[in-house]
Write a protein that binds this ligand. Structure first.
Ligand SMILES: [Zn+2]
Length: 286
């Protein structure tokens, strides 16, 4: 299970991953569909859907996104690794329906840039309400309004139980989860079942406390280890919460300063699996 790549390469091999997605589609033709929902920096943005036949009346619908910021490559590797593990797990395939955009910002990912390459957009400030007012289908400009548009206008998609947007933080001391109150109650249950040393705390160790950058020291308020709130607007998480009414929507951040890339990968994967697991238990029972 090393095909999603855990090597030392800094930037993501976007073309290689696109090919890998096509291979996964060919290997799972009955359940996995792959479509191009947008172009960004002249590169395709893929959305994949995993939906198998099931005896369940209602599956748990999960949206997973990664690579909104191109300098957070571990998020993409973990999202794909998680997908592969689900595809190998008949029980999860029975219970889950997955919509995934693994590389929201392929141009940034191929160059290890936080923003898009051409427009230098921080995409996690662009998922605004009423995005249709800004969306011009005639425009050839690489514009991401259409990703939000696509998610929003497909009625079947407006019914997610859970959305997780995977990111990496350059300043946090540990993993942390940002979300609505409901999402944080769920995240707290996940943190409580893991080793607390993995999770971010404020610099002075007192709660609540702030973590952030030099320019923006108050970006996140940490309420307890790994549990935080943010006032950033235009995030994909907020788009889910406010616009799609996704009951559990969170941003999950790994600490880029954690030296062990194996640790970054393994813990991020474990947190993601535990979040999904919590929602499965809640919706379908133990
Ligand atoms: Zn990020």
């Amino acid at each position: 299970m090393n095909s999603s790549g855990m090597g030392k390469q800094r930037e993501i091999d976007v073309l290689g991953i696109n090919q890998k997605l096509q291979v996964l589609q060919r290997e799972n033709p009955e359940i996995l569909t792959l479509e191009i929902v947008d172009t960004s920096d002249w590169m395709p943005v893929y959305k994949l859907t995993v939906r198998s036949q099931s005896s369940l009346k209602r599956k748990v619908r999960v949206f997973v996104s990664s690579g909104v910021h191109g300098n957070e490559p571990e998020a993409v590797r973990v999202a794909l690794h998680w997908l592969e593990r689900v595809l190998e797990n008949p029980r999860l395939l029975e219970q889950l329906e997955i919509v995934m955009i693994p590389m929201v910002n392929p141009g940034g990912l191929s160059r290890f840039l936080r923003t898009t390459f051409i427009d230098k957009l921080d995409l996690n400030r662009t998922f605004q309400l009423h995005v249709e007012q800004h969306w011009d289908p005639e425009s050839e400009s690489p514009h991401h309004g259409s990703i939000a548009q696509k998610i929003m206008t497909n009625p079947r998609d407006e019914n997610f139980d859970l959305a997780v947007d995977l990111h990496g933080s350059i300043y946090a001391t540990g993993f942390f989860i940002v979300g609505s109150k409901e999402s944080l109650d769920l995240a707290k249950r996940v943190v409580d079942q893991m080793d607390v040393v993995w999770f971010a705390v404020p610099p002075d160790g007192k709660f609540p406390g702030k973590i952030g950058t030099v320019n923006d020291p108050n970006r996140y308020e940490v309420l307890s280890p790994g549990i935080s709130v943010s006032s950033n607007s235009g995030t994909l998480r907020q788009f889910h919460q406010e616009h799609l009414r996704t009951p559990y929507s969170s941003t999950l951040e790994y600490p880029q300063r954690l030296e062990s890339s194996v640790g970054r990968h393994a813990i991020l994967l474990e947190i993601l699996e535990n979040i999904v697991g919590q929602v499965l238990v809640e919706k379908l029972g133990p």
